[in-house]
Design a protein around this ligand. Structure first.
Ligand code: SF4
Length: 222
């Protein structure tokens, strides 16, 4: 589900840091999960985030790490420091650090420049204009602006997601990843197919609706 260039980046970063990658996976894509559960995830019900990322990560941590001893390093920066505070409050028995929240504080451009300076090219999705690098430019929490970007930069990938959504809607009914507020202002399903057709027809969309992600970092305690 991830963009192929992310795996290149991970391998280079792992080699540079001398830290091996441990891969934790349910071996299932979000679409396979939605088919199994009979629903399409969206920003209100991001079941892929919970069942494919948070829960497996939590389980692995409980099985392999020690409270008061293990240091958990979190990949968030100072623009999201509130999330670090939340995690520390919810998990007081764990040592949680986020080096990108510490001085020197670098903005995103500086971080990407520093990466290039040590010979690692940032994952390509950033240069394609995506705000995050999860699920290959797709996300059930993403908004209209991100899907328009996916359609523009990776139309084949957009089409694949559109096909997955159409296939699943035939089974599970009127669910969709995106929502629409046209007309009465109330939220209603907006399929990827309809959204693409609107863009191709030159209709406007919400260019500020990027949505959110951050899906793997909401650790929970039993
Ligand atoms: S990045 Fe988005 S689509 Fe992917 S698992 Fe997280 S919430 Fe789901």
């Amino acid at each position: 589900m991830e963009d192929e260039d992310l795996y290149r980046f991970n391998a280079e970063a792992s080699k540079f840091l001398g830290v091996p990658i441990i891969r934790i996976s349910k071996e299932m894509t979000p679409w396979e999960l939605f088919a199994e559960r009979g629903m399409i995830g969206n920003s209100r019900h991001p079941i892929c985030s919970i069942l494919l990322k948070r829960e497996p990560l939590d389980l692995w941590r409980r099985e392999h790490c020690l409270e008061f001893t293990t240091t958990l390093y979190i990949g968030i920066d100072w623009t999201e420091e509130h999330r670090l505070r939340d995690m520390r409050q919810r998990m007081p028995t764990w040592r949680i650090e986020a080096p990108m929240c510490e001085e020197p504080l670098w903005d995103k451009c500086r971080m990407l420049d520093e990466l290039r300076a040590i010979g690692i090219e940032p994952p390509r999705l950033y240069s394609f204009g995506f705000p995050h690098n999860n699920c290959g430019g797709f996300c059930v929490k993403a908004g209209q602006a991100q899907f328009a970007q996916l359609l523009k930069r990776m139309p084949e990938r957009y089409r694949w997601h559109e096909e997955q959504e159409e296939k699943l809607r035939a089974q599970v009914g009127d669910f969709s990843v995106l929502t629409d507020r046209r007309g009465d202002g109330k939220k209603k399903p907006l399929t990827l197919k309809t959204f693409r057709e609107r863009i191709e027809a030159g209709e406007s969309f919400d260019r500020h609706d990027w949505g959110g992600c951050g899906c793997a970092l909401s650790f929970s305690e039993p």
